[in-house]
Design a protein. Structure first.
Length: 394
């Protein structure tokens, strides 16, 4: 839970550094206050947390990788191009152009492939993150390759951002907090440039010029905080109360309870930040519109109290599950809640299900039962993992 607080606030600090001023400062203050109850969680100190996972089995790993490549063939077929086009730069450019045309000009999602397969690919990236210390670098890259190519043939930078979210969620959920922060910092130095490169290529395939691409990508991630602050200052925070119709718009749209707008319900008005427009206002706008400006704080209080209650009752597996969900919510909070896009909601659900399946076999968190034993307790937990799971087929 404390890791989630650091992520929520870290994003907002980045937004302030990117666009210094009252709007970004307002957003940072709001987020710090709203998320502060997460600091009260127990059993989640710097050496606590972590659900030790086995290495993905070979059959599961290669099956999902194969499905990810099959998803690319679905996209090619949907835009009327042969699968062989996926094996040449000119062919990829042609598929990308047609896919973009269908999505933005014809308002059709047929050129976006299967959202279920995309969710499975994201889940695999999550599982790779949970065993990043024990999984070969080559296999990590191969596991993410279908999403990289998916971003290129659809010209969407969003899937690359999601791949980063699920990979780092795996690290934060699969390792003790202190170890996770150290590993995340190291991997960020490697993954971020790759993400910028692929996102930039996707923008070029969509028709953007090479100039300003890097700043556009940073703008995409950090400008929403100044936009959210401006929205709050303008008094829009009084908008209430949709009661979940915004935060849960994906599943509710799927059952016909509401209609999701283009782009998953991003803001209908754009705000100028650093000379560029953005209509993304972070996940906090969704929650505020649903439950008022005090809503995020009350929800954080509920999460923290529930986590405390589950831990004290000995339901440590469910407590770990709740911590895992807050990590996903935090990593996605730069843009949306976990329930705006159904493919993301499905991938998060798969990740949480595998986390629960693993957590119910583990002892209580070492930080709660043996606070002085630190990393040794973690090593003992890893020994328990090997005794009961018979890993590693990969």
């Amino acid at each position: 839970m404390k890791i989630a607080f650091l992520i929520f606030v870290g994003y907002a600090v980045g937004g302030l550094l990117y666009s210094p001023g009252l709007p970004s400062l307002t957003a940072l203050a709001f987020i710090v206050f709203s998320c502060s109850p997460l600091l009260l969680s127990v059993g989640d100190g710097p050496r606590g947390g972590g659900v030790r996972f086995p290495v993905p089995r070979r059959f599961v790993y290669w099956s999902i990788v194969a499905l990810g490549f099959f998803n690319l063939s679905i996209i090619a077929a949907a835009v009327g191009r042969p699968v062989t086009d996926l094996f040449s730069p000119d062919g990829i450019v042609g598929i990308a152009a047609l896919s973009t045309h269908q999505r933005y000009e014809l308002q059709s999602d047929s050129g976006s492939g299967s959202p279920i397969i995309l969710a499975l690919s994201l889940w695999l990236v999550f599982r790779i993150g949970t065993v990043a210390d024990r999984f070969p670098v080559v296999l990590r890259a191969v596991g993410a390759l279908p999403i990289v190519l998916y971003s290129l043939v659809t010209t969407e930078k969003w899937p690359m951002f999601l791949a980063g979210v699920f990979f780092f969620a795996g690290i934060f959920i699969g390792f003790p907090n202190r170890t996770a922060l150290r590993m995340a910092a190291w991997h960020l130095a490697v993954v971020a440039p790759v993400g910028l490169l692929v996102g930039g290529l996707a923008m070029v395939l969509r028709g953007s010029t090479l100039t300003q691409i890097e700043s556009d990508l940073i703008h995409y991630v950090l400008a929403p905080y100044a936009a959210f602050g401006s929205w709050l200052i303008a008094g829009s925070g009084t908008d209430c109360c949709a009661l979940g119709m915004r935060s849960l718009v994906g599943p509710l749209d799927a059952v016909g309870a509401t209609v999701r707008g283009v782009g998953g319900g991003v803001g209908d008005n754009s705000i100028l930040i650093h000379g560029q427009l953005t209509n993304i206002y972070t996940a906090f706008r969704y929650v505020v519109e649903d439950f008022s400006v005090i809503g995020p704080f009350l929800i954080a209080c509920w999460f923290s109290a529930t986590h405390f209650g589950l831990t004290m009752l000995g339901s440590t597996a469910l407590a770990r599950q709740l911590s895992a969900f807050t990590v996903f919510a935090a990593l996605l909070s730069v843009s949306v809640t976990p329930f705006v896009h159904n493919s993301v909601a499905f991938a998060v659900s798969l990740s949480l299900a595998s986390t629960l399946a693993r957590a119910i076999r583990l002892p209580p968190p070492p930080a709660l039962t043996h606070p002085a034993r630190g990393e040794r307790a973690w090593e003992e937990e890893e020994e328990l993992l090997h005794q009961h799971s018979g890993v590693s087929n990969s």
